[in-house]
Design a protein around this ligand. Sequence first.
Ligand code: HEM
Length: 449
Amino acid sequence: MTLVAPPPIPRAAGSLPLLGHALRLGRDNLAFIAGLRENYGPLVEITLQPGTRTIVVQDPELIRTMLTDLGPSLDKGRFFEKMGQLMGQSVVTVAGPEHVRKRRQLQPAFGRAEIARYVDLMRGEVDSAVDGWTPGRELDVREAMVKLSLDMLVKTVFSGSISAETFAQLRRDLSVVMNGVGVRIMLPDWFEHLPIPFNRRFDRARDDARATINGAIAALQAAGHGTGDMLSLLMAATDESTGLPLTEDQICSEILTLAVAGTETTASVLSWVLYEVARNPAIESRILAELAEVLGDRPVAFADVTRLPYLDRVIKEALRLHHTGWLVTRRTVTETRLGDWTLPPGTELAYCQHALHRDPAFFPEPLTFDPDRWLHSEQTFPQGAYLPFGAGKHKCIGDRFAVTELITALATVLRRVRLELTPGLTVRPVARATVRPRTLVMTVRARAG
Ligand code: HEM
């Protein structure tokens, strides 16, 4: 127990009256957050929205405490609250006992056996994406990965439940919803009510997506049996407290949120891996050699996910150097002790994986992409310094699903084509809904032999 009062939590420099740190964040949010880590200690206060205070938690041990020990007693904070307003309450947006209930309902859709069944669907989507790329032509890799990740997810959820035409419409609508949520979460609430095309497009796409999902639910109900896709699993789930199945509205909100939580994230990681592979021919050769040895000529299967240790390290390293998360939020509900500090109820908390994973105190030469650092990594950094999928009760429910998608997509794409980077091109990260490459255009080359 500490007898000396802890030092006061410093306030980050550069806050302006009425605007707080909004201008600094708007100009370059990643640089701003990285600067906090360089210049301040375990906790620092920033102003995201005028009139609010957010404490950025920077110390790995305190981050771990916030996510695990304090996890059940904290609300999810502004970021997730806004997501709930936009898309309905779901496992991602709620906290406490309601979260536990929703998470249990969703869990069966993410079981090992289910993911094993999804792999063929995922690989089918990767193959048809690559079929559409023309050797010798430029490809907007970031855009292609967003499309691919959305297709893999939508196919998994609806493989047996909707026609190809409805699938195409749904993925167009979900794509608008995903991009819209990323932008709206950052903006003040009044922005949503402006009658501008951006808002109208978002509202229409969200309502159309809900209508499509409702239609698929009604069709499955009329058929009287599930089809084995994720939608069927969600329809079979029951609310633990009432014994009743999830309502159509609940299922819609869960699926819309999964599309947001599970698409941009996977797409950004895929883009970063393809970028690093293109920049590092030695890494590319080692991945290809491992794939040749383990797979030979056959397509990648679920059992291979644990049999490709080098590719696994490449993905781990991409999740370190290029983590997609730049602000994950929480909020205290009661007076809360965090380390030596006592925080009043209503305090917004946040942490940034992107900055955390680049801290030289934990990862030597942090800006070097070195998959082999994971060969002997276990003892070198404290728990809480590497959190690719978060920790505690809200740890990513899709972690195994995501790794399976990443391995399936990379093992398929890299063996079929080589993606060539324009020499001298520097690709900069930008933090929107996720931290992603600002633009990533590469030339498609057919893989010889
Ligand atoms: C590489 C890709 C992914 C990364 C890096 C990632 C990362 C994360 C992180 C850090 C969290 C915790 C957020 C928090 O602490 O509040 C989270 C939560 C979540 N993720 Fe993922 N995720 C990925 C892919 C996916 C996929 C593919 C899905 C679903 C298909 C998914 C669904 C979810 C859901 C539902 C939650 C909320 C869990 C809860 O609060 O109980 N994620 N993800």
